[in-house]
Design a protein around this ligand. Structure first.
Ligand SMILES: Nc1ncnc2c1ncn2[C@@H]1O[C@H](COP(=O)(O)OP(=O)(O)OP(=O)(O)O)[C@@H](O)[C@H]1O
Ligand SMILES: [Mg+2]
Length: 260
């Protein structure tokens, strides 16, 4: 099976050429009251790359994604998007940066009272006032076709399976043609076949759109399939980062335990 390795340029090659990463997380610390969650995280993602973030429950994976989109504020360190530190950006400017980001929340978070089509149209209605209603509906159909759900336009979220809900969430995350895709547990709670379908879909989208993606997952098989590089978090730090083979060859006890 094809993997993300086939397509992306290696981080080190790009750094060599002096290319600024799309996402750069530098020495990030984050606590909630006395609870230290992130203790100096460094990560970089270039265009066309997918980084999988792994780690046990409660290690701060979702917090990390929320920091990248600035839904949380960090204590110290920086998150740079295309070389720009987002911490000090005025809200309207941050809004523009966020429009470049597609986000799939951990708990699917479709709007229950809206149809599949309305869910996908939502970001377009709010951020693309320049496009007409019929253009918007064309775009919604296109996006649904991209995730293989063109026939389900008028269904309600409660009438479709978990895997289909994730697909709709993905389509919605793609609506504004993001340069950055942030996916929090896109295959959680799915059976292996549906998970595999979502993985293939993420790979296909990545190949076509060359986004910089961060995927948080518990699923090692999925991480291996979709990501160019993986980062394993523990106690607020990146224990190891690199290709799957590097993790496999590691002598670090925590890594060996995690891969079991
Ligand atoms: N807004 C918040 N206020 C206080 N504590 C928080 C807040 N958000 C997250 N935390 C705490 O930070 C820690 C990390 O949470 P996070 O949701 O990032 O974990 P996670 O790695 O995504 O876990 P899971 O794999 O279960 O989704 C947890 O202990 C959580 O309780
Ligand atoms: Mg989480």
């Amino acid at each position: 099976m094809a993997t993300a390795y086939d397509n992306a340029t290696r981080t080190s090659d790009l750094e060599h050429e002096g290319i600024v990463p799309v996402i750069a997380v530098e020495n990030v610390y984050k606590s909630f009251a006395s609870h230290k969650v992130l203790n100096g995280i460094n990560l970089r993602v270039n265009r066309g790359e997918t980084l999988a973030v792994l780690g046990r429950s409660g290690t701060g994976k979702s917090v990390l994604l929320r920091l990248i989109i600035r839904l949380e504020t960090l204590d110290s360190g920086s998150v740079c998007i295309h070389g720009q530190d987002i911490a000090g950006l005025p809200l309207d400017h941050m809004g523009k940066v966020r429009m470049k980001m597609g986000f799939l929340f951990q708990h699917a978070a479709l709007y229950d009272s809206l149809t599949v089509a309305e869910n996908i149209a939502f970001p377009l209605e709010h951020h693309r006032r320049d496009i007409s209603r019929s253009e918007r509906m064309d775009r919604v159909r296109q996006l649904l076709a991209e995730v293989g759900m063109e026939g389900d336009l008028n269904k309600m979220p409660s009438d479709i399976s978990g895997g289909m809900q994730k697909r709709v969430g993905l389509a919605r995350a793609l609506a504004l043609e993001p340069e950055i895709l942030l996916l929090d547990e896109p295959t959680a709670g799915l059976d292996p076949i549906s998970s595999g379908e979502i993985d293939n879909l993420i790979l296909k989208l990545q190949r076509e759109r060359k986004m910089a993606s961060v995927v948080v997952t518990h699923d090692l098989h999925s991480a291996r399939t979709i990501a160019n590089h993986l980062a394993l978090l523990d106690q607020g730090k990146v224990v190891i980062e690199g290709k799957f083979e590097k993790l496999q060859q590691s002598d670090i006890e925590f890594v060996k335990e995690f891969l079991k």
